[in-house]
Design a protein around this ligand. Structure first.
Ligand SMILES: NC(=O)c1ccc[n+]([C@@H]2O[C@H](COP(=O)([O-])OP(=O)(O)OC[C@H]3O[C@@H](n4cnc5c(N)ncnc54)[C@H](O)[C@@H]3O)[C@@H](O)[C@H]2O)c1
Length: 439
């Protein structure tokens, strides 16, 4: 009789495995669709009933996933979705992609992971693979998942298989998608790694196995810390260049002509999204419990966190040059998402910039092609204004916070009285350069 391991491996290789994806957000939905496209039966679980209704109706709510793909998979009964955890025992593999936010104190909030694992654990049976994909601190899989998943004496590597495989989704990136972005996998045992490598290898082009779940967890945090620290460094270059009276953007462009030993990072109004501002704090928090201070992370966070204040100070200086105070001035914010060409406003620096300007009495309006309504806090927010010459001309300051590619920057500069460009989006604009002020 074949072992549990061999049976599961065969099911996966034969595309006979039924896959459950828990958390159908920016990470889970593309992943579910990728496995559906690879020929598996996929069931998504999400507590958000609107998302479930959307999927059942063949609608995608994630920009990088075309509705046509969801509709096709749903029609062919390859993809279904449910808003509860009933029937988890029918899945051969369960991939957990729930959120991992930070608490106000910057401590990790792994309550979504715990809730999800606690719902799955009582239904576990022999021959299942459970993979955590949510970004978290090193040790979570061994310390939080494993004890809960092995309560009923199921032995990892023999009866059940547990692994960590960090998600690397880059929303809006059309070159690197879920399918062609290499996937790192680390299991609780060698057999756990082997099962997870086999599964991901069926849907994703390259899979990189590592020796443990902790290594896989740490890889994700290195990647995101690398970005946070380098963005912090380049933001500090902006502050230094301001003191020196040198154009930071020209300096960065010049340095980027070096074909080796330099990697370009872009300064800006601050960092946003679900990953870069949050994930390094997972590492820093873990290190604090080991009596170690993660200095680069703290410093980068401090500098990046200052950038919205720098933007507001620069805006105030520009208004001052026009003999205007921030109080009562009309500031038209262009782009509110955390990065260009996405609809995601989570942790967006625009929210801080707007709040700070509001505190100083500015009258805010905004435009973003992807965001019809902007929630600031406590249910308070704005409706998008039209991007017209009239609205631009009626503002005291036009503030480019996000450099969406669909904007016509020539037209924006032409119609605006003064532009503060925090992303160097107006780089190619030739006419009216005296109106443009860079960060
Ligand atoms: N968005 C990214 O670009 C990105 C990239 C890499 C890694 N990640 C990581 O992936 C994880 C998921 O991120 P996301 O951006 O997809 O988040 P998301 O908020 O878009 O999606 C998470 C989904 O989980 C659902 N959910 C919450 N609690 C649940 C529960 N107990 N059971 C079932 N569903 C539940 C939510 O309704 C939501 O739809 C996070 O750990 C994040 O750090 C995100």
């Amino acid at each position: 009789m074949a072992s549990v391991f061999d049976q599961l491996q065969k099911k996966i290789s034969d595309k006979d495995a039924h896959i459950g994806v828990v958390g159908l957000g920016y990470v889970g939905l593309p992943l579910a669709v990728e496995f559906g496209n690879a020929g598996y039966r996929v069931t998504g679980i999400d507590l958000d009933k609107k998302k479930i209704q959307g999927i059942r109706a063949g609608r995608s709510y994630v920009q990088d996933v075309p509705s046509a793909e969801v509709a096709d998979l749903v029609k062919r009964k390859r993809f279904t979705a449910q808003s509860d955890y009933r029937g988890c025992d029918r899945f051969d593999a369960i991939l957990i992609c729930v959120p991992t936010p930070l608490r106000k104190t910057k401590d990790p909030d792994i309550s979504y992971i715990v809730a999800s694992v606690d719902a799955i654990a009582p239904q576990l049976r022999k021959g299942q693979l459970i993979v955590l994909e949510s970004t978290t601190y090193p040790g979570t899989t061994e310390e939080v998942l494993k004890p809960r998943l092995t309560q009923s004496a199921l032995v990892p590597g023999k009866d059940i298989f547990i692994a960590f495989s960090p998600e690397r989704v880059d929303p809006g990136n059309t070159t690197y998608t879920t399918k062609n972005t290499p996937k790192v996998v680390g299991g609780t045992t060698k057999r756990c790694t082997a099962v997870a490598v086999n599964l991901y290898g069926q849907a994703i082009e390259t899979v990189h196995a590592v020796s443990s779940t902790q290594v896989a967890e740490m890889i994700k945090l290195l990647e995101n810390t690398f970005r946070a620290v380098n963005i912090g460094m380049v933001n500090e270059i902006v502050l230094m260049c301001e003191k020196l009276g040198v154009d930071a953007w020209e300096v960065i462009d010049g340095a980027a002509t070096k074909p080796f030993g330099f990697m370009r990072f872009y300064p800006g109004p601050g960092i946003g999204g679900h990953c870069i501002p949050l994930d390094p704090h997972y590492l820093s928090w873990k290190l604090k419990t080991l009596n170690y201070s993660a200095r680069f992370i703290e410093l980068a966070s401090e500098i990046n966190g200052q950038m919205p204040h720098v933007v507001v100070r620069r805006a105030a200086d520009l208004l001052n040059d026009k003999k205007k105070s921030v109080k009562g001035s009309k500031v038209f914010v262009l782009g509110v998402t955390y990065k260009r060409d996405t609809g995601d406003v989570r942790e967006s620096p625009s929210l801080d910039v707007i709040r700070l300007l509001e505190e100083r009495g500015a009258k805010i309006s905004y435009h973003d092609p992807y965001v019809p309504q902007l929630q600031i806090e406590d249910g308070r927010g704005y409706r998008r204004s039209a991007l017209t010459d009239k609205n631009l001309a009626a503002s005291d300051l036009v503030l480019i916070v996000t450099d969406h590619t669909e904007y016509d920057y020539d037209a924006i500069v032409r119609a605006s009285p003064v532009v503060l460009d925090t992303r160097n989006a107006t780089k190619l604009v030739r006419r009216g350069r005296s109106k443009i002020h860079k960060l």
